[in-house]
Design a protein around this ligand. Sequence first.
Ligand SMILES: Nc1ncnc2c1ncn2[C@@H]1O[C@H](COP(=O)(O)OP(=O)(O)OP(=O)(O)O)[C@@H](O)[C@H]1O
Ligand SMILES: [Mg+2]
Length: 353
Amino acid sequence: MGNIKKSFFNKKGGIVKTIAIVNQKGGCGKTTIAINLSAALVKKNYKVLLVDLDPQAHATYSLGANANLSITDIMEAIAENKQLSCEDILKSLWENFYIIPSSIGLASLEHRLINKENKLALLSSLLKNILNFDYCILDCPPNLGLLTLNALWTSQYAIIPLSMCDYSLRGVEILKNIILMIKEQQNSCPITFYLLNGVDKRYKFVENFITKAKLQLNTLLLDTQIRTNIHLREAASSGKSIFQYKPDSRGAQDFYTLAEEVEKITSQSNWVSLFLKDNSFSEVYVAGDFNNWNKDQKYRLSKIGDIWSINLALDKGKYCYKFVNQESWFSDPHNNLTETDPFGGKNSVLIIK
Ligand SMILES: Nc1ncnc2c1ncn2[C@@H]1O[C@H](COP(=O)(O)OP(=O)(O)OP(=O)(O)O)[C@@H](O)[C@H]1O
Ligand SMILES: [Mg+2]
């Protein structure tokens, strides 16, 4: 039941940590975050691969990385069982920073792959051959098509950028349903966090939005916020990351802080996401061995659409738990592993190996 699956080991014996930057809403900052989070991780001495999965190829162009061969060629080769080495496609940007570029042809390839067997696992068969990295960051297109599904299928983590408007929270309901579907099919899914982008606290509506997002998303919301910073926009149009373009800017500070938070999260290897589908509860908590069976704010589930969820970082071991709505305690309907509790009811059980 442990959630870190699909683990590709790098040459240092560690796991290549794969993070999808995903949201079907256009212009919420996916590419800006994919590029500058990658660059910040490189600054922290990690070896990083950025995969541009968007046929618009914005990350590719923003980094001046367009090339003859792109992700389109390699996905096509995988789909047709042809040999094409990943090394042929990797493009070195600077020391420890590589990109797999995209190209416009990816859009038509998506249509051709739709009837293919294993169509959700094409990207993971590409990435399992790319071992020598600490992080792999996937920049997704603004839709929930096959490429985004491939990214979610293969990733251990997902970051969903949110722009400062109320409907950005409503827009992620379908995405949340897809992540739950992946969990049901794979018995694991990307551990998903939300990131506020374009924060400008001079505006009252931004303050209001942040308060609302904190209340709704609770522990799923990253502490780091990316402020609006014109240098982020300028860096993209000059083919640079923010660290090369304006290293002393607020944008650079925010991305360095984000890299620190991502480093902390991804250093915990035993994450589990719990889900509950329901539209009638007003609040749901999880209580179990891991929190002395307490209804603690830290263990309050977040609600997006009709899906409640929480991410738990647990040490190896066996844990019993229940969900709690007001005074009613019940087992997890998405977990078949149960044990009789001392009162004759059922506890859900997690085994973290
Ligand atoms: N924090 C920020 N401050 C200032 N400008 C930003 C910030 N985040 C993003 N932008 C700008 O907003 C625009 C959209 O951002 P970006 O391209 O990263 O979004 P996206 O989600 O990747 O878009 P798409 O869905 O089209 O792929 C870009 O011009 C980018 O430079
Ligand atoms: Mg983009």
